[in-house]
Structure formats: C-alpha cells, structure tokens
Design a protein around this ligand. Structure first.
Ligand code: HEC
Length: 134
C-alpha cells in the first residue's frame, strides 16, 4: 500500500498546494481512489463499511464508534474520550486535503480494526459516503 500512497501523493500534492482545501479536494481524493481501485464508488457500500463492527480486544467497534453516526458532528475516541474533529469534508475542509494525512489515518484505523490497511475501494467508498453529508 506504500506504493499507492506515493503515487496518490504525487497526483494530489500539487492540487492541495494551490487549491483551497474543501469538498472538491475530498471529491478528487475519492476519484483517485476509484481510479486505483479500477471501480466505481458506492456511498451505500461506504456506509456499510463505516458502520461494520469488528471485534477488537473483546470490544465491538466500527468507524462510527469514534467518528459518530453523523460525521458532521465532532467525534469522540471510544477509548480515551478525546474529542475528534468532524470527518465530513463539508464541515471540516481539512479532511482529505492532505493525502498523506488521510493515508496515515486510514492505515492506522484500518489496522486497528482489520489488522491491515483497507483497500483503495473501501477508502473511496468511505469518502463517497462522507460526501453525502452536507
Ligand atoms: C478508536 C477510535 C477510532 C476509530 C474506531 C476510527 N477512527 Fe479514524 N480517527 C480517529 C482519530 C483519533 C483520528 C485522528 C484525529 C483527527 O484526524 O481528527 C482519526 C482520523 C482518521 C482519518 C484521517 C482523516 C484526515 O484528516 O484525512 C481517517 C481517514 C480515518 N480516521 C479513517 C477511519 C476509518 C476508515 C475507520 C474505520 C475503519 C476509523 N477511522 C475508525 C479515531 C478513530
């Protein structure tokens, strides 16, 4: 997955420098994941992924355990209780604006939940779902 990150960073690097970070940047990030997945994206599949509970150390957790059911709201870390800024690019323009930050987030949380990084398709669907929130 490292290689994918580098190519995506190369693709998006120039964009995030010049364009203002906003929903369009997140849309572009989703499109790039779709390109790599060689697949169209599905917000419905993204929702299923977002809410799919995994057993981790005896606890059932999903992305929404920390990022909440409504990603326009602030999240809360399920373990530490620490506040997390909203995941929705509509209310938090920083989301998916800097690709290596997003890749780090995906890598970390996918590993926590699935023991490995998520696929480009899962990541694209995840962003597509987040973009349905205005
Ligand atoms: C145990 C709590 C927790 C869970 C579960 C969790 N996250 Fe996160 N997530 C965080 C925290 C904390 C951050 C970093 C703080 C921030 O970015 O505001 C974060 C950030 C991210 C980012 C970085 C976003 C960016 O700014 O580009 C992505 C992507 C992400 N998470 C995806 C996921 C996905 C996908 C899942 C489900 C497979 C998930 N997270 C589940 C706590 C969690």
């Amino acid at each position: 997955m490292k290689k994918l990150s580098y190519v995506l960073i190369a693709l998006l690097g120039s964009i995030s420098f010049y364009a203002q970070a906003d929903v369009a940047t997140a849309e572009q990030a989703a499109k790039n994941y779709a390109l790599f997945a060689k697949s169209t994206l599905s917000a419905d599949d993204g929702k299923a992924f977002y809410t799919s509970k995994q057993m981790v150390n005896g606890k059932n957790i999903a992305c929404n355990s920390c990022h909440t059911d409504n990603p326009t709201n602030k999240g809360k870390h399920s373990e530490s209780g620490k506040e997390i800024q909203p995941m929705s690019p509509a209310v938090n323009p920083k989301r998916f604006a800097v690709l290596n930050e997003s890749e780090k987030g995906f890598a970390k949380h996918c590993k926590d939940l699935y023991g490995k990084d998520c696929s480009a398709k899962d990541k694209g669907n995840f962003i597509a779902y987040l973009l349905t929130f205005k």
